[in-house]
Write a protein that binds this ligand. Sequence first.
Ligand code: ATP
Ligand code: MG
Length: 373
Amino acid sequence: MKDVRRWIRAKLWDQVPVRISVIDRNYRIVAANPAFAKAYGRWYRRPCYVVYKGRDTHCSPCSALSSFRDGRIRNIEEQGVPQGGVPTWYYCQMVPLVLPNGDIPYIIEMSTDITALKRLEREKIEAERLAAVGQTVAGLAHGIKNVLMGLDGGMYVVRSGLERGDPARIAQGWQMLEGNVARIGTFVRDVLEFARGRVPRVQLVEPNRIVRDVVGSFAEAARHARISLNAQLEPDVGSAMMDPDALHTCVANLVSNALDACQVSDKSRRHVLVATADRAGVLVIEVSDDGAGMDYDVQKKAFSTFFSTKAVGKGTGLGLLTTRKIAQEHGGRVSFETRQGKGSVFRLEFPRDRLPKLEPAAEGGGETAAAPR
Ligand SMILES: Nc1ncnc2c1ncn2[C@@H]1O[C@H](COP(=O)(O)OP(=O)(O)OP(=O)(O)O)[C@@H](O)[C@H]1O
Ligand SMILES: [Mg+2]
C-alpha cells in the first residue's frame, strides 16, 4: 500500500496519459504535467486560451471564469489547437481549488484527447445519413415504379381500344391514365411536404377545436364506411401555443390511419375515438380504434420512410413520420399501443413547458414563426 502511495505521489503526475494544468486567477498556467507540455509545448505563465487554443483573447463563454465564480466542477468538450497546429477535440474536467475561507486561487484542468472518438462519431452520423438517403431513394423508386406500372396498364388498354375501335375500352384506359397521373401528383406533394421541413407558425390555439374540426372533416367518410367516429374533449385542455395547421395534419394522419385500420377489420361494429386531456401539464391527444391492430413486424416499421401496408396508391407511408416530425417540432412525442386483431391507440403528448414560445419581437402580436428546436 505504501508503495502505491509513493508511486502515486511521485509518478502519477508524470505518467498519466492525461494533460494536467493548473491556472491562476489571471488565467495563467502555473503548473503542468509532462503530458501537457508534450501536447501543448511552451506553457509557463502563458494564458490558458493562448496555449490551449492559440487565441489572443479570452474564450467566450469561459468555463474557468464560471468555476472561479461558483466553485463548481465543470466537464466540457472543447476544440483546441495544440503544438503542431492540428485542431484536436479534448474532454476537460475543471476542478477549482477551494480554500477553507472560500477563496479559489487555482483551477486544475485535466484534459483527455477525444479527437479519434469525435471522428468516429462524425463517421457514424454520416453513415446514418447516407443510409437514410439510400432508404429514401429506394422508397421513391418503389413509389414511382408502382405509378409507372399503372400508366403502362392504362396505355395498354387505350392502345388495344384504338386497335379494336372500341370507344368504351379507350375510355376505360383513359380513366386509368388519369387516375395514375393524379397519383403522381399526390405522391410528389406528400414527399415535398415531408421534405420541406417548414418552420412551425405558432399561435395560441384551442386543441379541442382543432380535434373537433378534424373529426368533422372525416365524419362523412366514417359514416360511409359504417365506422362510429367520436370526439371526447376535456374542457380543461384550454389553449396552447401551437401551429394549428401542423396540429391538424398530425391528428388527421392518426384519424385517417385509424379509419383505414377499421376498414380492413372484419368486425361488424367498429369505433374510432379521439380524446383530449391535460395530464399534469402535458397536453394529450389520443386516437384509439378497434380495427386491425398491428403485428410485431408492422410495429417495428410503422415509422419508417415510405413504409405502408396499404394498397398501391392508397398509402404513401409518410403519415406517421410526418406526425412524429410535427410532434417533435412542438417539443412533444407520439407513441402507440396496439394488439393485433384488437385495435390501437396512438398518443400525442406535448409537455406544455416545451411547447414553442412566442419570439420576443412578436409578443402580443398574435402569430409568429418559432425557431425549431
Ligand atoms: N391505427 C392503426 N392501426 C393499424 N395499423 C396502423 C395504424 N396506424 C398506422 N398503421 C400501420 O402503419 C403504416 C404506416 O402508417 P403511415 O400513416 O405512416 O402510412 P400510410 O397510412 O400507409 O400512408 P400515408 O402516407 O398515406 O399516411 C400503415 O400502412 C399501417 O400498416
Ligand atoms: Mg397514414
